[in-house]
Design a protein. Structure first.
Length: 458
């Protein structure tokens, strides 16, 4: 059994069974056999009915699921409830997208060679899916990886993050309770070597990964020939705040985008480039806002920033902040380890461009402010990293918004909103080292199917 602890006080809150290679091998064999036996495939309406029933169960257990997210993952209850609602909506989205998952007619009379023929495509499940997930959204990320597989008819094995397996195992149990045969969906808590053997097994048709770039790219390099994949890694989201921006509105969004889940979000606000004419005002108001945040146990109703997922992450963030300050950054607020498991919301002004915290994803409650006079120089600095995910710009000048959109390296640019904004039907993709493929439920469902063509010579 694998024990699970509350990351704030490190008390044991539960456990899940572990799987060895014999278990995983049996799961993969079942998944492969199901994929090859077309007579056993479930009809779309049958899959939709299971998702509908599972969604109803989740609605009935909303408070329990939210508490579990907070208890095992350290996400404050107020945000954990939002995560549950998103997960429920994600199930509904899978059902809706089943009707949009269709092939196309292929015109054949365009040349003499195609004359007299008809052709069209249909979409079929790609085959067994293996998903490896992250800790920071322990229910909604699992929904994003598992529910599309169920919807498209792919058997799926999911390995949750070792720190937060409870939500994953409960979701899989809910699917079984809703009528999904256990052979079509299994949760597996296993050691790293067993997980790597599972991911790289030739029976795997599609690999879905959410986690660190180092692990994701390593696993991709070892996939069996023919295995497709989608990787979602991290970023160090840049935000431009120009001279025309509404500073009060920007502060509200940047506080949420930078300190939501204590910065443990792959598109969390990290690098804010503010025009020299507004940076003092922005810094003062953002400091006041960050200082007001309540840090504590995520299961407490008034907590706004919970713990980091492990004590060693607190140590790492503290080291990065200390290095930046020694290198010339001004500490505006925070910079304190509040306990073994919590770190104060922190603002740094003008850390050096080569500081670790300027070059890498911090994944903690730290936001860096940089002053600029030339927006193109700021965009060049924003673009200088090997990470590229979502970005944002605060401005009341449409031309300035479009200039940032056209020139900043990002898969999505939010205007007058923080970089961590997301709805679950929009494309969600890391670029460069930040990922491969496109997430978002409709896009994942598309990637978990193949387009199969028929050509009829009439």
């Amino acid at each position: 059994m694998q024990e699970v602890v509350n990351p704030f006080d490190l008390s044991v809150i539960g456990s899940v069974p572990t799987s060895d290679w014999a278990d995983i091998d049996a799961f993969l064999t079942q998944a492969k056999q199901f994929s090859e036996d077309r007579s056993a495939w479930m009809k779309p309406h049958e899959r939709a009915a299971i998702l509908q029933k599972a969604m109803k169960i989740m609605q009935e257990r909303r408070e329990h699921l939210a508490f579990q997210i907070a208890n095992e993952g350290g996400k404050p209850l107020i945000d954990a409830r939002v995560e549950v609602d998103r997960a429920i909506n994600g199930m509904e989205l899978c059902i809706h997208e089943l009707g949009a998952l269709k092939g196309t007619e292929i015109p054949m009379g365009l040349t003499a060679a195609g004359d007299g023929r008809m052709a069209w495509t249909m979409r079929e499940p790609i085959g067994p899916v293996v998903a490896v997930s992250a800790f920071n959204h322990p229910l909604n990320l699992i929904v994003h990886q598992v529910a599309p597989a169920v919807a498209t008819g792919c058997p799926v094995i999911v390995k949750p993050a070792g720190d937060t397996p409870l939500s994953c195992f409960e979701f899989v149990s809910i699917l079984h309770e809703a009528g999904l045969p256990p052979a079509l969906c299994q949760a597996a808590a296993c050691d790293v070597d067993v997980a790597e053997k599972m991911v790289t097994d030739p029976r795997v048709a599609f690999f879905s990964f959410i986690g660190s770039a180092r692990v994701g790219w390593m696993l991709r390099s070892k996939l069996a020939p023919g295995t497709r994949c989608a990787l979602e890694h991290g970023g160090a989201a840049p935000v431009i705040v120009d001279a025309t921006a509404d500073i009060d509105a920007a502060v509200q969004h940047l506080t949420k985008g930078g300190f939501y889940h204590s910065g443990q979000v792959c598109v969390s606000v990290q690098r804010v480039f503010a025009h020299s004419s507004v940076i003092d005002d922005l810094a003062a108001k953002l400091t006041e806002s960050a200082k007001a945040l309540k840090v504590g146990n995520a299961i407490d109703e008034d907590t706004e920033c919970g713990p980091l997922i492990r004590p060693k992450e607190v140590e790492r963030v503290a080291e990065w902040v200390e290095e930046a300050v020694k290198g010339g950054a001004q500490l505006l607020c925070g910079g304190d380890k509040l306990s073994e498991t919590t770190y104060a919301p922190t603002l740094l002004l003008d850390p050096s461009a080569d500081a670790t915290i300027s070059q890498n994803e911090v994944f903690g409650p730290v936001v860096c402010l940089y002053s600029y006079d030339d927006v193109d120089a700021a965009i060049t600095q924003a673009n200088s990293l090997d990470l590229s995910f979502q970005a944002a710009v605060f401005t009341n000048d449409l031309n300035a918004a479009m200039h940032t959109y056209r020139n900043i390296n990002a898969s999505a640019v939010m205007v007058n909103d923080h970089s961590a904004f997301r709805v679950d039907w929009m494309p969600f993709a890391g670029l460069k080292q930040s990922g491969h493929g496109v997430g978002g439920i409709p896009y994942t469902m598309h990637e978990m199917t193949i387009e199969k063509m028929i050509v009829i010579n009439s």
